[in-house]
Design a protein around this ligand. Sequence first.
Ligand SMILES: NC(=O)c1ccc[n+]([C@@H]2O[C@H](COP(=O)([O-])OP(=O)(O)OC[C@H]3O[C@@H](n4cnc5c(N)ncnc54)[C@H](OP(=O)(O)O)[C@@H]3O)[C@@H](O)[C@H]2O)c1
Length: 314
Amino acid sequence: MIVSSDFRTAKLPLNNGSGDMPALGFGTLIPDPAVTISATRDALEAGFRHFDCAERYRNESEVGEALQAGLAAGGIAREDIFVTTKLWNSNHRPERVEPAFEASLNRLRLNYADLYLIHTPYAFQPGDDQDPRDQNGNVIYDKGITLLDTWRAMEALVDHGKCRAIGLSDISLNEVLPIYEAARIKPAVVQVESHPYLPETELLQFCKEKDVVFLAFAPLGHGMKPGLLEDPVISAVATRVGKTTAQVLLAWAVQRGTALLTTPKSAARARENFDISPLPEDAFNEINRIQTRQRLNQVVKTGVPGFIPQRTQT
Ligand SMILES: NC(=O)c1ccc[n+]([C@@H]2O[C@H](COP(=O)([O-])OP(=O)(O)OC[C@H]3O[C@@H](n4cnc5c(N)ncnc54)[C@H](OP(=O)(O)O)[C@@H]3O)[C@@H](O)[C@H]2O)c1
């Protein structure tokens, strides 16, 4: 259920009653530290109030710096923004969850998070190496821990009050179901890749039935060309409604009842991506009928991400 018909300010209620998530989210997976700061400030100024972060992005400090300065400059209260961060694979052991969460909060200069996600369902060898590999270059997984063990530690964070909601990311419906069934505190959000080439219809249906927010990343298909931004159906709709293809793709995501994450890196693109409005019903249905199927990000299959800045955390 969407709380407003103005897509720029539409919100989705969280199932634990802790608040609403703005549907339009700004993602902070940006390799360059200076661009992280400028893009985050630009997004805040354009009107974005939902920020998606992760310890794995190695730029929480820059995001925290930009948010602190941006809130002060804009007279915006902490309560007026929604901030998510994520637990990385090498911190799945229950005793590592709270320290990892506290470290993220410190870097972000926050005293609570609106949402904490398990970044992927894959547990890696516990430790400070985010990408543990054996001598053959293969990822070292941690077989001694289940996702439910980690989920229990996530529930404790909500109990302790510094984290308002918890959820899952890069996960299939088959993996969400057992956690949902066993959870004392149900997942409030599931973050996955989704766009017209990967609609994830079954997972979306499940989320709607259970009041779990479906949060789509790569709504523009990671900006790859050729790709969604040049798709003939999307382009035709864009021409018809007088919007850009990016605006059409973002509007489609909100119109189907999901939240989304987009990562514009300039002020002009931040304003463009924020300025979205409902599509006519026939245009919405035309996009729903696109038959192309493509997954761009393989993280869901291995827990190993693409698009990660290589510098070390400072
Ligand atoms: N859970 C996960 O594992 C996971 C994985 C990936 C991403 N995410 C989250 O999702 C966020 C979104 O990332 P994304 O890559 O999926 O975002 P996206 O918005 O689908 O794609 C970003 C790309 O689109 C381009 N772009 C942005 N606005 C545009 C516009 N108006 N017109 C044309 N091109 C435009 C950008 O180009 P420029 O660079 O030239 O601006 C960039 O290359 C990330 O920041 C992260 O927070 C999560």
